[in-house]
Structures are given as C-alpha cells and as structure tokens.
Design a binder for this molecule. Structure first.
Ligand SMILES: NC(=O)c1ccc[n+]([C@@H]2O[C@H](COP(=O)([O-])OP(=O)(O)OC[C@H]3O[C@@H](n4cnc5c(N)ncnc54)[C@H](O)[C@@H]3O)[C@@H](O)[C@H]2O)c1
Length: 261
C-alpha cells in the first residue's frame, strides 16, 4: 500500500504527472489551495490548504509514504512572496514530513540553482550552487533543508533539478535542458518508488544529445532511463539565435523579474 501526497498537484506539471501515474498508488492526497478543475483520478482525495499552514500539512501527511513537493512559485518574483511560498512553505513540507513519519520527499528543485554556470560547462551532481534569482536561491535552500532533514531525522529526499518540462522544446536552451512529458512522468515514478536514495540530487532532463548536464550518477541512484532527445524535436527552433551564455538563460539578466514562462 503506497500513499503519495502532492503539493502543487493541480499545477502545470502536477496535472501531467498525475495523469501519467493515475491508478498506480492506492491513495493520492492532493494538498492544494484550490479545488482541481479536472476530474480526480482513482484513489485521489483533495485537502484544501496553503503551504503556510504547517498543522494542515502535518494532518494531510498522516499515513503518507512519499510527498511529491511541486507547490510554490515557479518563476522569479519578489523576495517576500518567494520567502512565503518557497522558503517557509518548503520548511513546512519537511517539518510535516518529519512529524508525520513520511519516508521520502521528492522535491521539485530547478536548473536555476546552478543558473550562473557557464553554458559551455557540463555539470554533474557535484556542481557548486550558483543560483540566478531569488527563485533559484529558494530552491537551493530547499536542497540544503533536505540535506538537514536527512542527516538529522532520516527523511529521504530526491532533489529533482528540473530543466524545462514542456511537450516540445521551444528554443536553443531547451535543446539542452528539455524534460519531455513522457520522461518527466517516468522520472517522478522512479523518484517515488526506487531506492533507498538517502538525499540524492537528480537532473531532470531527457536524453538530450546537446545536454549541459551529466546526470549519470543521480539517474542510476533511482533507476531513471530517459527515452526522449530534444534534438529529435528541433524543427522550427532558431539555432542561429545567439547561444545562451549561462545555464539559467534569461533568469540571469540583472533586470529579470519573472514572466518568461
Ligand atoms: N515546469 C517546469 O519546467 C519546471 C522547471 C523547473 C522547476 N520546476 C518546479 O516544479 C514545480 C511545479 O512547476 P509547475 O510548472 O507545475 O508550476 P505551477 O505554477 O504550474 O504549479 C505550482 C503550484 O503550486 C501552487 N502553490 C503556489 N504557492 C502555494 C502555496 N503557498 N500553497 C499551496 N500551493 C501553492 C500553485 O497554486 C500551483 O498549483 C515548481 O516547484 C517549479 O518551481 C518546474
């Protein structure tokens, strides 16, 4: 019997992952601010709540095996709103996991924790953090928090440094960082089911020929074998456009305030 709790399960990524894994787990709890517009899949139940509510999260996490933490602001924003949803919100998720005895958190981290690395450098899981936004800093905080909760209280984590999760790659940068829908579903499935993992960084991308990441170690740790290659979907992408200089692309600009999604 496996119970999975999603935060952010009604967002763009959550809807695709839930659809892909529908019916796979005995019980699925959606901890969400708003009722889902889409019909629920078998085994799903809804708990309305905000990541600000530690007690509500803890109650929702009762008898849960794995939390898939997708909730939060998914772009650059003001520091105050990032702090509330992504920093405090993620601390509440980990604290709820500890209090409720949840075995593992699958955490939606981001390429923006390493966004200031030069695009010519292929990075692996040991790359130093170089966040490119307050958003990236919040994800780096989440990774550090995961390390603490594992070392001190034994809560496992899979830290998914997601590239760009889209049905198709849309620009030159996404040729390097694309995560197809099919591979993204399989990535989350592996992160939920395989292991033990300790506290493991895993790059969230497809098997892209022009990848900027070497995700071999993390992929082996959770048994993830991506199938898709952005290069097979490159038609229509302007490859003559100036190449991005940094992993984080537009997020690294001094005046970037969000909204590129
Ligand atoms: N989609 C991508 O390409 C991508 C890339 C890198 C990382 N990520 C990360 O993956 C996760 C999912 O991304 P997405 O594209 O589905 O984002 P999204 O914005 O579509 O979904 C995020 C969800 O979190 C919810 N949320 C925000 N603040 C909340 C709060 N305080 N309390 C409760 N719920 C709250 C939102 O209502 C929304 O449903 C995010 O954490 C994002 O940072 C996504």
């Amino acid at each position: 019997m496996t119970t999975v709790l999603y935060t952010g399960g009604t967002g763009r990524m959550g809807r695709v992952i839930r659809e892909g894994l529908a019916g796979r787990y005995d019980r699925v709890v959606l901890f969400t601010r708003h009722s889902p517009e889409e019909p629920l899949h078998p085994g799903e139940e809804v708990v309305i709540g905000d990541l600000a509510d530690l007690d509500g999260l803890t109650a929702a996490a009762t008898d849960v095996d794995v939390i898939v933490h997708l909730g939060g602001i998914a772009d650059e924003s003001t520091y105050e709103s990032i702090r509330a949803s992504n920093i405090d919100g993620t601390q509440h998720v980990y604290e709820a996991a500890r209090r409720a005895g949840v075995r593992r958190v699958v955490y939606a981290s981001s390429n923006h924790v390493i966004g200031f690395h030069d695009a010519t450098t292929v990075l692996d899981e040991s790359a130093p953090l170089r966040p490119d936004t307050f958003y990236g800093v919040s994800k780096a905080f989440g990774e550090a928090l995961a390390s603490l909760y594992h070392d001190k209280w034994g809560v496992e984590s899979v830290l998914l440094r997601i590239g760009t999760f889209r049905p198709e790659p849309e620009d030159a940068r996404q040729l390097a960082l694309w995560l197809s829908w099919r591979d993204g579903i399989e990535l989350v499935r592996c992160a939920i089911e395989n292991g033990p993992v300790g506290c493991q960084v895993v790059y969230g991308c497809s098997a892209n020929s022009d990848s900027w990441w070497d995700g071999t170690a993390g992929w082996a740790a959770i048994g993830y074998a991506p199938q898709d290659d952005a290069a097979d979907h490159a038609d229509g992408i302007d490859t003559d456009a100036p190449a991005p200089r940094r992993h984080g692309g537009a997020f690294t600009a001094a005046d970037y305030e969000g909204g590129i999604w």
